[in-house]
Design a protein around this ligand. Structure first.
Ligand code: PLP
Length: 217
């Protein structure tokens, strides 16, 4: 099932869009099956869970952090993740930068934006984005590569489209201002039920769990 799900999704989407397999709670055997079917990026939500799986799976695939990063986990996160998609505070940027200085490494980071301005969600509010970037561009061991957006949960899937459109507009605006700094090129949005809409609205990384692995237990 996993193999055919991956193949179907890869066949269906444009080759310019990358599929991240969201692997929280999924065991290594099934993740390896997805990788052998063509998945090149896996996304984990928790540092500890990722470390456990990294022991088994290791390189050959790109590891992205897609869950909120706690400050006391930064040191461990920068060792295993190739990309941190969830930068949401300047304090976190400071800590990531400091740990990467020690490792002599430049960490590609995406800024998480709270596109629907939901109070219970992490992420930078759209209106605060430019100020936030002004604060963090000074960190030389971080490369800012794009935006990550979590849409609101809505009954009517189409209702998410305007939020994705807003995210794309923010993405382009920042590219116009800061484009020459770093490698600003990724817009990560869309999940199992919304990735088609997200791609239509400009996503070039989609994060898919259920549609690859089935429902999580
Ligand atoms: C779990 C998760 C996904 C994937 O969700 P599905 O609905 O299972 O596709 C995407 N992004 C984040 C941040 C997640 O935690």
């Amino acid at each position: 099932m996993i193999k055919s799900n991956v193949k179907m999704i890869l066949n269906e989407i444009p080759s310019t869009v990358e599929v991240l397999a969201a692997t929280k709670t999924i065991g290594c055997d099934r993740i390896i099956e997805a990788i052998s079917a063509g998945i090149k990026i896996i996304g984990e939500n928790y540092v500890q869970e990722a470390e456990r799986k990294y022991e088994v799976i290791k390189g050959g695939v790109n590891w992205h952090l897609i869950g909120h990063l706690q400050k006391n986990k930064v040191k461990r996160a920068v060792r295993i993740f190739d990309v941190i998609q969830t930068l949401d505070s300047s304090e976190l940027a400071y800590l990531i930068n400091r740990e990467c200085q020690h490792l002599d490494k430049i960490m590609p980071v995406m800024i998480e934006v709270n596109i629907a301005k939901e109070s219970q969600k992490t992420g930078i509010l759209p209106g605060d984005l430019e100020t936030f970037i002004d604060e963090i561009v000074k960190f030389k061991n971080i490369s800012f590569i794009g935006l990550m957006a979590m849409g609101p949960i809505l009954d009517n899937l189409e209702a998410i489209r305007p939020y994705f459109r807003t995210a794309k507009q923010l993405f382009c605006r920042i590219r116009d201002i800061y484009g020459e700094k770093g490698e600003w090129k990724y817009l990560s949005m869309g999940m199992s039920d919304t990735y088609r809409i997200a791609i239509e609205e400009g996503a070039n990384i989609v994060r898919i769990g259920t549609a690859i692995f089935g429902p999580r237990r």
